[in-house]
Write a protein of this length. Structure first.
Length: 211
């Protein structure tokens, strides 16, 4: 298999990001005994209800559909916590709250779809809060990318799916600047770089004008 196939086809799509998210570990409460499993990703020890155990998210969702386990939601994924984070994001326009994990958005979507009854309380309220949080953070990203006079713009604590979604818009901004430079007859050299890490995302643009 050619490992360069994906790099040639472009950045990750939202569907691919969700697929990768399913490899993360989650805690479950088994409903029935199950022998150990030898998987490509490692060995899954036997289930002994009601003893909690940790397994890949994709397996947890499968067992949930079969009514063989309940999924324990991560501590941050609750209506009170999301409401608190949303308040922090709304009151601090230059801050992306560090209390959200790197895969917060896709994790929330997968769990809301696969085990809404395990999330506690009214999942409808949680959906509304998550939608509001996503919209607030998207607004901050758009505002940041609109500050084209800056030569350096740093956005820490963005999630992977958020980064994936904003790539297209960022590329459009860069292409637009190239066209402006060409149409005005001014030599415009624009270099830009996206750096993705566990700690955040930086959009760096450098514009050099020559007569």
């Amino acid at each position: 298999m050619n490992n360069n196939n994906h790099s040639a086809s472009g950045p990750l799509t939202p569907a691919e990001v969700a697929f990768l998210c399913e490899a993360q570990s989650v805690t479950i409460i088994p409903r029935q005994r199950l022998d150990g499993l030898d998987l490509i990703g490692g060995y899954i020890p036997p289930f002994h209800p009601p003893q909690r155990t940790t397994i890949p998210l994709w397996l947890a969702l499968l067992l949930k559909r079969q009514r063989r386990c309940n999924i324990v939601p991560p501590p941050w994924l609750s209506a009170p916590n999301i409401e608190r984070i949303l308040k922090t994001e709304t009151e601090n326009q230059n801050l992306f709250c560090p209390d959200l994990p790197y895969r917060w958005l896709e994790t929330a979507e997968l769990l809301l779809e696969g085990c809404p009854d395990d999330l506690g309380g009214d999942d409808g309220e949680l959906r509304v809060l998550l939608r509001g949080l996503r919209e607030v953070r998207q607004g901050k990203v758009r505002e940041g990318l609109g500050k084209l006079e800056a030569t350096y713009l740093q956005m820490n604590n963005l999630g992977l799916l958020e980064i994936t979604e904003v790539r297209g818009f960022a590329k459009g901004v860069v292409d637009g600047l190239r066209k402006i430079g060409a149409s005005t007859g001014v030599g415009l050299v624009l270099g830009w770089m996206m750096m993705i890490s566990r700690w955040g995302w930086c959009f760096i643009s450098m514009v050099f004008w020559t007569g």
